[in-house]
Ligand binder design. Structure first.
Ligand code: NAD
Length: 274
């Protein structure tokens, strides 16, 4: 929607700017920790959620429960983001169900990074898997779904890099835990960051805004030692919650952020500020 050409803010309904009623929003990794909070928030703001995830995550059941809970429409879709045919099929399914696409959120990730591998011994196979899902998956989703929006009046894309595309992991964070962050994760996330900036510029006149949300340390019943380490290095001295990340998404998907593109909204409790 074109912004109102006025200097009179009394003409503006600011709450309406955040409304997503009937906007069709595709969310990958929809059943994950952050993805499911994204889906819930978008549905509560009136959006039609397309919940896409791998079969194991059962996105079809997830979408039907989401729709029933929020009294909205939703579509579940079994997707492999790293496979062009699968992403093309997703696009066709959305268009035949709803006839339009207004937003794309790439919240998928490959979890190989949770099992830390020292850089010296990273295998080609693990490197390729992480980069294929994280970076190539985001590329395919942007190319196939994003191009559709660019050719059909615009939309909003939100990609998810990581704190580790902004700063390096502090290795002390993982001391005494089984966790860690390998190089392929950081590198794939850095690629997402660069791709997002590229597309923000490339699609600016096509009315497709491309932004990022960078979460950090989203609480998921972590090992106690990790939570204690995290508090020591975090200005806010705590992990975040998935719903805190989802609030940022509503802003970036909606008309509330109509003049924002190429931005990386860091929801990381000030982790990178010092
Ligand atoms: N959780 C955090 O602390 C944190 C921090 C920084 C960045 N992030 C990023 O936020 C995003 C969401 O993280 P999360 O914690 O919800 O992760 P998660 O592992 O809980 O969820 C990821 C989802 O992606 C899905 N997925 C995996 N491979 C896929 C594929 N090939 N095709 C489609 N879907 C696939 C998984 O099934 C899962 O549901 C990720 O991009 C992650 O890198 C998370």
């Amino acid at each position: 929607m074109e912004p109102l050409r006025t200097t009179d803010a009394t003409q503006i309904d600011f709450r309406k700017k955040f409304d997503l009623t009937d906007k069709v929003i595709v969310i990958t990794g929809a059943c994950g920790l952050v993805g499911r909070a994204f889906c819930e928030a978008v549905a509560q703001f009136g959006g039609v959620v397309v919940a896409a995830d791998i079969e194991l995550a059962n996105p079809i059941q997830f979408a039907s429960e989401l729709a029933a809970r929020n009294n909205t429409k939703a579509l579940g879709f079994v997707l492999n983001v790293a496979n062009r045919v699968s992403v093309e099929a997703l696009k066709e399914s959305i268009l035949s169900s709803f006839g339009r696409i207004d937003g794309l959120v790439n919240a998928h990730q490959n979890k190989t990074h949770l099992k830390f591998e020292p850089f010296e011994s990273v295998s080609d196979e693990n490197w390729d898997t992480v980069v294929d899902v994280n970076l190539k998956g985001t590329f395919l989703m942007c190319q196939i779904i994003g191009c559709h929006m660019a050719e059909n009046g615009g939309g909003s894309v939100v990609n998810i890099p990581s704190t580790y595309s902004v700063v390096a992991p502090n290795q002390n964070l993982y001391k005494g835990t089984s966790l860690g962050c390998p190089a392929a994760y950081s590198a794939s996330k850095g690629g997402i960051d660069a791709l997002s900036r590229y597309l923000a510029s490339y699609w600016a006149t096509k009315k497709v805004r491309v932004n990022m949300i960078t979460p950090h340390g989203v609480w998921n019943n972590h090992e106690v030692q990790f939570e204690e380490n995290f508090a020591r290095f975090s200005p806010m001295e705590r992990l975040s919650y998935n719903h805190e990340v989802a609030s940022a998404l509503i802003y970036l998907l909606s008309d509330a952020s109509s003049y924002v593109t190429g931005d990386n909204m860091k929801v990381e409790g000030g982790w990178t500020v010092w």
